[in-house]
Design a protein around this ligand. Sequence first.
Ligand SMILES: [Zn+2]
Length: 137
Amino acid sequence: MNPDIAQAAPSLISEKLVTIAADGSASLEGGRCRACSALSFPRAQVCTECLSTEIEGVTLSSEGRLYSFSVVHQAPKGWKVPYALGYVDLPEGIRVLGHIDAPPDTIVIDQLVKLSLGVVATDASGADQSTYTFVPA
Ligand SMILES: [Zn+2]
């Protein structure tokens, strides 16, 4: 992964969602119900399938298929617009919402995408804010 992306890691919008390895690669951290194996992302406190509170952490796949997306033109102050927001189906059977980091007119439903990190906004001081994104695979 690009070292510049790894350096953006300290400004992650939520460190609970993503872990970053020493090589700069990112992983999504979800949850798996110990009672019924249902997955969640972000990691749920209570299983939406069986109401169990026994949820263990699980690292999710870093590649998936774009289920659908929309282009956002209005966002809170500091967010870079327009941007594409999409649902990605991961192979373990969970659908994850995230930025699709590609020019919106090049994005195609059902395309393969992979996890990345990207700057999506600036905070009140003007510092870059990063989060997980998906890019074309
Ligand atoms: Zn459950």
